[in-house]
Write a protein that binds this ligand. Sequence first.
Ligand code: PHE
Length: 478
Amino acid sequence: MTDTSIHGEWSSKFGFIIAATGSAVGLGNIWKFPYMAGEYGGGAFVIFYLLCVALLGLPIMMAEVLLGKRGKLSPINSMRKITQNAQVSSRWSIIGWLGVLTGFLILSYYSVIAGWALAYIPRLALGTFSSINELPPDQVLQFVKTIFSNLISDPERLLAWHSLFMGATVIVIAYGVEAGLEKSLRFMMPALFALLFILLGYSMVNGDFMAGFHFMFDIDFHRFFYPHCTPTACEFNGEAPLAAMGQAFFTLSLGMGAIMVYGAYLPKHAKIGEITAIVVIADTLAALLAGLIIFPIVFSNGLDPNQGVGLVFHTLPIAFGKMLGGSIFGALFFLLLVLAAWSSAISIIEPIVAWLIESKKMSRLSAALLCGGIAWMVGFVTILSFNLWQEVKLLPMIPLLADKTPFDLIDFFTSNVMLPVGGLLIALFVGWVLPARIVSEELEMTENQLKYRFFRFLLRFIAPLGIGLVLLNLVGIL
Ligand code: PHE
């Protein structure tokens, strides 16, 4: 097999760690994790999510990286090459194709939501939220909610921010991965973590930290299965385990080739087990920090944790509005959130761009423009789902999906079905189909080492069983 990727290579294993952490840490950690934990009642969701990250996420990330490192090409072509060389069915390249479809769908809405974060930078910098200090406490929430809903109810504004974000993504992709990306991420990621810790300090001092902590870590299965209880009615909802597993895949960028393509740019000798563990830990830390920042603010301000996609856009402006120097910190925070989202967005289309370059002989620029253009257009569906199409429910006959907007459906199917199915196929392929010799060689482990055997056990049995059960549960509740 060729030794280096035609697309270039990370300067060292740190380049990979930085880039893969850049891919993993994004809106999934700071926007999605808190609102999902809020929606599904906290504790049990968080624990289930952590279990999925450790038992399914880590081994599948290792598997993806080793496939990329072995093939050195885009996921579609890596899979083709690996299956040819190992003389197994080339049908497994479906993993790459499925990833292409999933990538377009995820990027289409990811860019719209990143646009919201972008729109919040000037709002914070200009001190819009400082005026909450003059409001009576019972009007604060209304104030932040109005600012958020004014934004998302205006399709033209959303389109402008979405276009800006997509344009920025296309530019970096066009420049190539290591040139712009690796260098800028080296500063960005540590800065993001530093700000998360500063905000954690704020929440500990000013928020109701213990209430937030208990909400996140007290295991309460009732809240997990009956998340939407009102004082008069309680309805069972089997969606929570599925959502927790889907979130584990989404947050780790697994199941669609993003991590695989970054693995293709790895230099020859890199200990996959070690470097993936670092990425998984950093990503989990970012999500837990986000939760520990947001929930104390939720409880000290009497907000409802179950308020869906607007959660961070309601809570953080309150914190920044009240904080000394809040407009600077706030603007900086949303800027970093945008940068984190940017580094994730890049990894979502890199697999497709790399394939177009290899197989369609396109230039990097045209491939980036084409992919960005398609995802930009699909993004209209998400934009409209928050305003003109708010009432459009495409699957009213399925109770679980009856009140989902087109955006909700894209989000639901990509995270909860397509990524886990991609992950399942990867686990089956590396666990059962690929010769053990190749697996151990790429992992730089010997076949009788305990950690190798543990990895293989997780990949062959635990991951397929876990994903299979949760997906079956979905079929059951549909
Ligand atoms: N992991 C990213 C996040 O948490 C999203 C992502 C999903 C990136 C799939 C790449 C592939 O925001």
